[in-house]
Ligand binder design. Structure first.
Ligand code: AMP
Ligand code: MG
Length: 487
């Protein structure tokens, strides 16, 4: 009999050693009865981890953080943050740990992070646990986002812990092993700035530059270059969300990364019917984080980021504010450009078409979508057929097809490229009713629906006849959909 070797992972502790003021050494809690629910084998391989050994007890221990590889020092990370506009000076990893960084097969450093590993000194009133549904949800949606080409944290595994966790009812506990370019957040900078220790702030900024924007180090003002790089990354990220109809749901500053990756899939959802007021979070009563507000909220968060950097931008704080304001102003323009470029792709329109030809068409389309409350994802995919000459699929989706016809005619006169459209308009997204169905089955120990849905959404642009029900809009009577923050 051969025994699979325990996985060896060359984990570094760069964050912990370079920024000890932001790291509290901590140990993950033991799991009473661990059971691997889902493992991302391609991602494991990318990280140089052997998928077979991750399924063995020691491997599962690694995924849980209870079997710490030699040399690794798990830490809870400190951060602050504006939550729904209110500043909290001390948030931090209340139920999460950074296990360390690993250099993948491409040489890039990536964090291995645990969510649901027990209380830490940042736990405040929380119990430190996570439960099966929300962790599988994050796994599903983050992997779908990755397959859609959106920068995002990834999910390596979900392990059920065997612990019973009290929420509104008693639910099975679970832990998500997450992978990210880093877990540096706007909130990390807010925390560092609030300490008043400029040396710490500078080390944090240098660490961020080295990990994410090494080119900024050579700029005349590296910290301004860092800020501008984050502005650009976030403008592009939020444009991609908007183009796909994605609603993040909790865009607090502690949930906005410096890397430009989407992070923290809580009350997020893909919009079904097009409506800028779309919102799925049960706790966001004011609609602060509704679909249509996302670009403005991103700019607001970036302003908070800029404030933290002021001491590094210029000795004279008035001039620092001027520099930051000027750089922040680029967001609106960059976001707008990214959105228009993305919309041209979605409509298959050639890059050399003049703005005057495209802009009115886009404006009219957006108001048409809003008026007809059409299923956003199906609409764009069906437009691909229209570009090929068959307008029926898209006409069927719109109640008042008459108002669509004139628009279709003008758009088709511009010779849309259907193949290009099919590469950016997904067939399969993690639709809310499908996610709920998969999670409900998982609670009954049936993981088959989760795996089928994963199969659909991890190849989102490739239409497959046997997956037809995964492409259909929510059934009549589903909704209004609410996700709950009791994660
Ligand atoms: P989130 O809403 O997941 O972005 O978390 C916001 C803050 O609450 C972070 O500081 C988390 O670590 C903390 N938190 C969320 N849930 C729990 C929990 N069950 N136990 C301890 N801390 C938690
Ligand atoms: Mg968070």
């Amino acid at each position: 009999m051969t025994l699979a070797a325990a996985p060896t992972v060359p984990l570094t502790g760069r964050f912990a050693t370079e920024l000890p003021e932001l790291a509290v050494r901590w140990q993950a809690a033991e799991a009473p009865e661990p059971r691997l629910l889902v493992l991302n084998e391609p991602l494991a391989a990318e990280l140089g981890l052997d998928p077979a050994s991750l399924r063995e007890p020691d491997g599962i221990g690694l995924l849980l953080g209870t079997h710490v590889p030699d040399g690794a020092t798990p830490v809870a990370q400190a951060y602050a943050g504006h939550q729904f506009g209110m500043y909290s000076p001390r948030l931090g990893d209340g139920r999460a740990l950074l296990l360390g960084e690993v250099a993948g097969s491409d040489g890039r450093l990536r964090d291995i992070h645990l969510k649901g590993s027990g209380r830490t000194p940042f736990a405040r009133g929380g119990d430190g646990w996570a439960v099966v549904g929300p962790m599988l949800r994050e796994y599903l949606v983050s992997e779908a986002m990755h397959a859609l080409g959106v920068p995002t944290t990834r999910s390596l595994a979900v392990v059920a812990t065997g612990r019973r966790v009290q929420r509104e009812t008693v639910l099975p506990g679970a832990l998500l092993t997450r992978v990210a370019s880093s877990h540096l957040r706007v909130g990390t900078f807010q925390y560092a700035r609030a300490t008043g220790d400029t040396d710490l702030l500078r080390r944090l900024a240098d660490h961020a530059i080295e990990r994410h924007y090494p080119g900024a180090a050579d700029a005349e003002n590296p910290y301004r270059a860092l800020f501008e790089a984050v502005v650009t990354a976030q403008a592009s990220l939020v444009a991609q969300w908007m183009l796909l109809g994605f609603v993040h749901g909790v865009m607090n500053t502690d949930n906005m990364t410096i890397s430009g990756e989407t992070i923290d899939y809580g009350p997020c959802a893909f919009m079904d019917e097009f409506d800028p007021r779309s919102l799925y979070s049960s706790i966001d009563e004011g609609g602060r984080y509704a679909y249509g507000n996302q670009p403005a909220v991103a700019a607001w968060n970036l302003a908070r980021f800029a404030e933290t950097l002021l001491p590094l931008l210029h000795e004279d704080q008035e001039q620092a504010v001027e520099l930051a304001t000027e750089s922040l102003e680029r967001f609106t323009e960059q976001y707008g450009t990214a959105w228009v470029v993305g919309m041209r792709d979605k409509l298959g329109l050639a890059g050399d078409l003049a703005d005057e030809q495209v802009s009115p068409l886009l404006e009219e389309l957006m108001s048409l979508l809003e008026r007809s409350r059409v299923d956003y994802t199906s609409f764009f995919r069906a437009l691909g057929s229209a570009a090929r000459g068959d307008v029926e699929p898209v006409r069927c989706l719109v109640a008042d097809a008459g108002s669509l016809d004139a628009w279709l005619q003008r758009w088709r006169a511009l010779n849309p490229d259907a193949e290009r459209m099919d590469r950016v308009n997904p067939v399969y997204i993690p639709r809310n009713h499908l996610v709920e169905e998969a999670l409900a089955a998982a609670y009954e120990d049936d993981l088959a629906p989760l795996h089928r849905l994963l199969e659909a959404v991890t190849a989102p642009y490739e239409e497959r006849p046997d997956l037809e029900r995964y492409a259909s809009p929510a059934p009549e009577g589903f909704g209004p959909y609410r996700t709950f923050c009791g994660t």
